[in-house]
Ligand binder design. Structure first.
Ligand SMILES: C=C1C[C@]23C[C@H]1CC[C@H]2[C@@]12CCC[C@@](C)(C(=O)O1)[C@H]2[C@@H]3C(=O)O
Ligand SMILES: O=C(O)CCC(=O)C(=O)O
Ligand SMILES: [Fe+2]
Length: 368
């Protein structure tokens, strides 16, 4: 596989206009799923769908608890983020990916950097290329947007900033709902939520994804199966489906776009914080023969100084902590090195001292 972004683009300067799928983009099923020999089929059952939670519903908390426990993902409606803002960020993203390749490469992510234009970070773990382009924004978009649009980057930056603000507010709300569903309700139980309990110091990245229409979608992969290294991820997808989640370690279930809805998924840090009660969900993005697809992921995590560990309220003599404390940065480094083994690499060995029912937690080991 070409080791650098520019090498890949040199081989296929604009893969979006190819009429045939080059071998470097043709995936075998085995290339995808990290646990290669698992029997994974596409779900045929229509009755099985990712829960939709109305945030105005007084029972939202229970619904979220159920969704986190059984799916690791749910969609939210009536979330308070205006449709006009979703439209604007989609439009900004579309404009960005429509730029000529050479222009986009001016904002290419540096080999050891995080922000900028390029393949998904996980690309290096796979022998095949993914049928997508990405743009990662950490902190302010100013610098990279100035490289893309030297004249008029300001308006685009404003849209991104407004979107990040709206997402931050929603993520704080969702955090209390998810924590509440675990029985963590008091502000003082999560010190880093800050004096107002609004998670003001939380950090986040924005990942814009673009999946061009593809001549051979059945053999291509938009974004390979992964879990996010986040507490929560809030994903906006345009009106073309492609996102799939793995249910019960056995079936891929499509998460259809719901007008005005947002997908929320449990990330690895929430998996750790909940001591394995809420498992991070394995997901991937498929591509389409005639339609391109856009998605925008808000990757939400704790402040950099905070170590995330299983919450004391969820730990006790019969429930030992299953993970060691980690900061988000440490975890991202681990993920960059070990990918789908990252979570198990921060798992602590549970002593077999009779206090623990070893079977109790067996089902919490899935990824890695
Ligand atoms: C804050 C984050 C979270 C990152 C790394 C860094 C910036 C980009 C994020 C993603 C976005 C695409 C999937 C993923 C798996 C990837 O390759 O890059 C994510 C990764 C993670 O969740 O680990
Ligand atoms: O495009 C999608 O639906 C998934 C994107 C995703 O998983 C990510 O950006 O982490
Ligand atoms: Fe993801």
């Amino acid at each position: 596989m070409p080791s650098r972004l520019s090498d890949a683009f040199r081989a296929h300067p604009d893969f979006t206009s190819l009429q045939e799928l080059p071998d470097s983009y043709a995936w075998n099923q085995r290339d995808d799923f990290p646990c290669g020999d698992a029997f994974v089929t596409e779900s045929e059952s229509v009755s099985e769908s990712v829960p939709i939670i109305d945030l105005n519903d007084p029972n939202a908390l229970q619904g979220i608890g159920y969704a986190c426990k059984t799916w690791g993902v749910f969609q939210v409606i009536n979330h308070g983020v205006p449709t006009s803002l979703l439209d604007m960020v989609e439009c900004t993203s579309r404009t960005l990916f429509s730029l000529p390749v050479q222009q986009k490469l001016k904002a290419a992510r540096s080999p050891d950097g995080v922000s900028g234009y390029g393949f998904a970070r996980i690309s290096s773990f796979f022998s095949k290329l993914m049928w997508s382009e990405g743009f990662t924004i950490v902190g302010s978009p100013d610098e990279h947007f100035r490289q893309l649009w030297p004249q008029d980057y300001n308006n685009y930056c404003d849209v991104i900033k407004e979107y990040k603000e709206a997402m931050k507010k929603l993520a704080g709300r969702l955090m209390w709902l998810v924590l509440g569903s675990l029985g963590i309700i008091a502000k003082q139980d999560v010190k880093w939520a800050g004096p107002k309990g609004d998670f003001n110091e939380a950090t986040a990245a924005l990942q814009l994804n673009y999946y061009p229409a593809c001549p051979d979608p059945d053999r291509a992969m938009g974004l390979a199966a992964h879990t996010d290294s986040t507490l929560l991820t809030i994903l906006y997808q345009n009106n073309t489906s492609g996102l799939q989640v793995l249910k019960d370690g056995a079936r891929w279930v499509t998460v259809p776009p719901v007008p005005g809805g947002l997908v929320v998924n449990v990330g690895d840090l929430m998996h750790i914080l909940s001591n394995g009660s809420y498992q991070s969900v394995l997901h991937r993005a498929m591509v389409n023969r005639t339609r391109h697809r856009l998605s925008i992921a808000y990757l939400y995590g704790p402040p950099n100084s905070v170590k995330i560990s299983p919450h004391p309220k969820l730990v006790g003599p019969t429930h030992p902590p299953l993970y060691r404390p980690v900061t988000w940065n440490e975890y991202l480094d681990t993920k960059a090195k070990h990918f789908n083994k990252a979570l198990s690499s921060v798992r602590v060995c549970v002593p077999l001292n009779g206090l623990v029912d070893v079977n109790e937690h067996n089902n919490s080991v899935r990824v890695g």
